[in-house]
Design a protein around this ligand. Structure first.
Ligand SMILES: Nc1ncnc2c1ncn2[C@@H]1O[C@H](COP(=O)(O)OP(=O)(O)OP(=O)(O)O)[C@@H](O)[C@H]1O
Ligand SMILES: [Mg+2]
Length: 142
């Protein structure tokens, strides 16, 4: 388990960038933590670390954004996913099978469907407005 104290959006992004450099095909990164904690900011850093240059935003309406790359980074927003049917139609399992790296916002909603080796990222508020305490479980970060 790694705990990182972030003091800004840029901090969160550069911490995530380090993680983007070490993730491998089939890694599922599941976010826990409420609104505005920085899940999308983290995903932006991940993309950068994976060498993907693209616009990253919460796929709230689409549910899924595929950013390409090798392996591809695929970004989910499970906020409105409330059934196995909607989870299947989001392509979650297909993307896992094809070896993409998955970034999953609102993983609380699909916790039972997460693969066993999921990397769990929990983001909580810190002492001030721009602080976040980021806990990563299931990945060795040097
Ligand atoms: N240390 C920090 N790390 C990340 N974001 C921060 C931090 N401090 C302040 N912020 C701000 O918090 C917001 C985080 O937004 P972001 O969209 O990344 O969150 P989110 O968890 O994806 O939210 P949502 O649940 O709405 O999708 C941004 O406005 C960002 O500037
Ligand atoms: Mg978001």
């Amino acid at each position: 388990m790694t705990v990182f104290n972030s003091h800004s959006t840029a901090d969160t992004e550069s911490f995530a960038e380090k993680i983007g450099k070490i993730v491998t095909s089939g890694t599922c990164i599941a976010f826990f933590g409420g609104l505005g904690m920085g899940k999308t900011a983290f995903t932006r850093g991940l993309a950068r670390g994976m060498g993907i240059d693209c616009h990253v935003s919460s796929p709230t309406f689409a549910i899924v954004n595929d950013y390409g790359g090798n392996p591809p980074l695929v970004h989910f927003d499970m906020y409105k996913v409330d059934s196995w049917d909607s989870l299947y139609s989001s392509g979650f399992f297909d993307y896992l099978d094809m070896g993409a790296v998955l970034s999953v916002e609102w993983s609380e909603n699909i916790e039972n469907a997460l693969p066993e080796n999921t990397v769990r990222v929990t983001i909580e508020k810190g002492e001030d407005e721009n602080s976040r305490i980021i806990t990563v479980e299931g990945l060795d970060i040097e």
